[in-house]
Write a protein that binds this ligand. Structure first.
Ligand SMILES: Nc1nc2c(ncn2[C@@H]2O[C@H](COP(=O)(O)OP(=O)(O)OP(=O)(O)O)[C@@H](O)[C@H]2O)c(=O)[nH]1
Ligand SMILES: [Mg+2]
Length: 229
């Protein structure tokens, strides 16, 4: 299904197919899901430490510093649920958050962080990819791309890996507050083309800012749509 949101908040790569009333109901479902209690319940540093599979999981992945932890906070309306930092490489474990007994949000370590010690990098990135490949309860990966930065080799590698593992992922732009409207429109077109060229990528690309809240209601609604009742 394809959704449209009013500009500039919640700009998406696709057009409108919903009436105003349908759009309002769609957004309300997202609001309700994310208004529920959300609590951190698990951190895993190795595959053996993963929590037993339970409810459906949504994983937030992307390059170091792209804004994964900030987005988890913005979605849940909590300032400091997931730890964020201006220094890349802040999140080094898989952090699991339970949302109202319906959904598990997984804040992942970033990839493509050149400065990390080699062993540390192998450990946490290996864990991330093993989790993504092998988790049966994973509903979808939300793969974040910084709206200000060109797509990097590490992003392409992550997409290829998910394609090969047939794990559905959705591309979401972050930090759209930091780019001009024309630059954002160009970026959305570029990333939508990228999504179309990857078999496991969802067609629709969302544009978000954890700072201003742009696109957050639409992302909540999109995620609510995926969540079993
Ligand atoms: N302008 C702007 N900056 C943001 C936004 N979201 C996050 N940031 C900044 O980006 C930096 C990284 O944010 P994090 O949420 O820690 O990023 P991360 O992807 O979790 O990083 P790692 O855990 O290190 O992989 C911080 O300085 C945030 O303040 C946004 O929407 N707009
Ligand atoms: Mg983080």
């Amino acid at each position: 299904m394809v959704h449209h949101a009013p500009d500039p908040t919640g700009q998406t790569s696709t057009g409108t197919h919903l009436t105003a009333a349908e759009q309002a109901a769609w957004l309300e479902a997202g609001r309700l899901l994310f208004a529920q209690e959300c609590r951190f319940f698990y951190a895993a540093q190795s595959l053996e430490q993963l929590p037993p599979t339970g409810g459906p999981e949504l994983a937030f992945a992307g390059r170091s510093n792209v804004g994964k932890s900030s987005l988890v906070n913005a979605l849940t309306g909590r300032r400091a649920l997931a730890r964020t930092s201006g220094q890349p490489g802040r999140t080094r474990q898989l952090n699991f958050f339970e949302l109202g007994n319906r959904l598990v949000l997984v804040d992942m370590p970033g990839y493509g962080y050149a400065e990390a010690a080699k062993q540390v990098k192998q450990d946490w990135q290996g864990l991330m990819f093993e989790y993504l490949r092998g988790r049966p309860t994973l509903l979808r990966v939300i793969l974040l791309l910084d709206a200000r930065i060109d797509i990097k080799e590490a992003d392409r590698a992550a997409m290829d890996l998910l394609d090969r593992a047939a794990v559905t992922y959705q591309l979401v732009l972050t930090k759209v507050d930091a780019v001009s409207q024309p630059a954002l429109t160009r970026k959305l077109a570029e990333v939508a083309a990228l999504a179309r060229s990857h078999p496991a990528a969802h067609m629709e690309v969302l544009a978000t800012s954890s700072n201003t809240g742009a696109g957050i209601a639409e992302l909540r609604a999109t995620l609510a749509e995926l969540t079993p009742a």
